[in-house]
Design a binder for this molecule. Sequence first.
Ligand SMILES: Nc1ncnc2c1ncn2[C@@H]1O[C@H](COP(=O)(O)OP(=O)(O)OP(=O)(O)O)[C@@H](O)[C@H]1O
Length: 502
Amino acid sequence: MSFPSHNTHPSAAAQSNISIDFNDPPIGLEQSWLEDSKECFEAHTLLKSLIIDQINQIPVANFNLVLQQCRNRASQRVSMHANREIEILKQDIEKLVQENQRINKMLLHEMKLRQQYYNELQLLKGAIRIFVRVRPLLQHEVQQGDFSVVRFSKNSQQLLFFPKVPSQEMAPPESEKITKQNYRQFQFDRIIGPNIHQRQLYDEEISPLTKSVLDGYNVSIFAYGQTGTGKTFTMQGSGEEIGIQQYILQDLYHQKQKDQSLCEMSIALSCLEIYNETCIDLLRSSDNKLDLKMDPQTKKIIAQGLREVVCNDVQEAIQCLVFAQKNRAVASTLQNHRSSRSHLIVQIGITKTFYQSETTLMQEDEDDSNQPINGMTNNNNTITSTMYLIDLAGSEKINTSSASNPITDSETKHINKSLSALGNVMESLRNRSAKPNMNGQAQHVPYRDTKLTYFMSNVFRDKHAIVCMIPHIAPSQMCFNESLRTLQFAERMSGIALTVNQ
Ligand SMILES: Nc1ncnc2c1ncn2[C@@H]1O[C@H](COP(=O)(O)OP(=O)(O)OP(=O)(O)O)[C@@H](O)[C@H]1O
């Protein structure tokens, strides 16, 4: 086959990048040759674009592969790194646990020392502490023209009590103006005047007792005094003003929360009423009369079947008290305002069980001062203690001038009997500590004379018990005789303050 000499092969044209306009072919080229060339050129162009496409695909696939490999390597490195980190963290945690144990050990040691010194101080202050509370004059007393016959010293320990003053005009002057007046002076651990609010009373005088009960000491607080002098106000509060019962419970549950890493604390409540020498369980609505018996194992006097309610928080505990108060109020309306004619004993039982690690730490501590504190049994590292809050019946005498009412007379006789039995027990304890062993025999203490003294003998027979008495008086001159009796009773008690538990 021969080609025109002046012409060039189409592939040569493509190779030499000659641009051919196929719509306007050069003169002399045959039509078929042109069509062949055109097809060939298009095939070439298509092939070229396919090759470019293929080339473009290769790096993407490669990249994905490389990326996957990188990921694998990275995840291997991350897991190796994480393992190392976890190892380091484990070591750190181990160190922290050891440090925590060391600090807990120090804390326990410090706590025990603090408890020891603190409670020694409390015991040195006197086993029976007397805080006389004088309530303000009430509105109806002022309206009746009554006035206060009580004055206070600046150190809050002395109380000046004026004999009957005939009228408001003759009322004693304020304490700073008092010179040589005819007054009786009383001195107690603390006088709580009418301006002292519940919170202040709690913070200054009662909260140390809450600390003691948490340390394993049995504590009892008696509210004593004539009806209407504020015993219930102090213990339970009134209206907006909460009483020491609630403050104590708030503190106990607060401490329970604070100590939860050291020990498990359980708080249980029971409420016992003694009315006309009958014991009544106020946490039961029926079948609630109880007998007092000595527990053969612990030698403690127990009210058989007395309901103890474990309360998990302060609200539950307060609900319990409200239930008891309602029960008491129902009986009260049925029986001639029984509430002020009966003794109410609220018992708060505390059990603290120390966790194993702390137990071991305590056993490891070889310091001699690290003796088990009161209430703690060596076997199970549990501390048990009880706080007794006793709202005593009104202490007034039978009004011999009024028409006799057999019910109130019998109630009053029972009250007078149990309150004077309480005084006799105190008196015996004082005598016993003055003359410990007469002819080798311990002096008899008449605990069994009344239900109140029998039950409370748990407290008086306990060498480590802390007893606090809050005698209440009204400041008015109309209550002069009853207030004087209350102050004299309190004076008798304060005489045995330092000796009762020796
Ligand atoms: N410190 C005080 N401040 C203000 N008001 C008080 C105070 N103490 C008592 N009161 C008020 O005096 C009244 C009598 O108080 P309360 O009922 O507590 O006496 P009580 O000794 O418990 O009597 P009862 O033996 O009859 O139960 C109440 O209205 C109480 O609110």
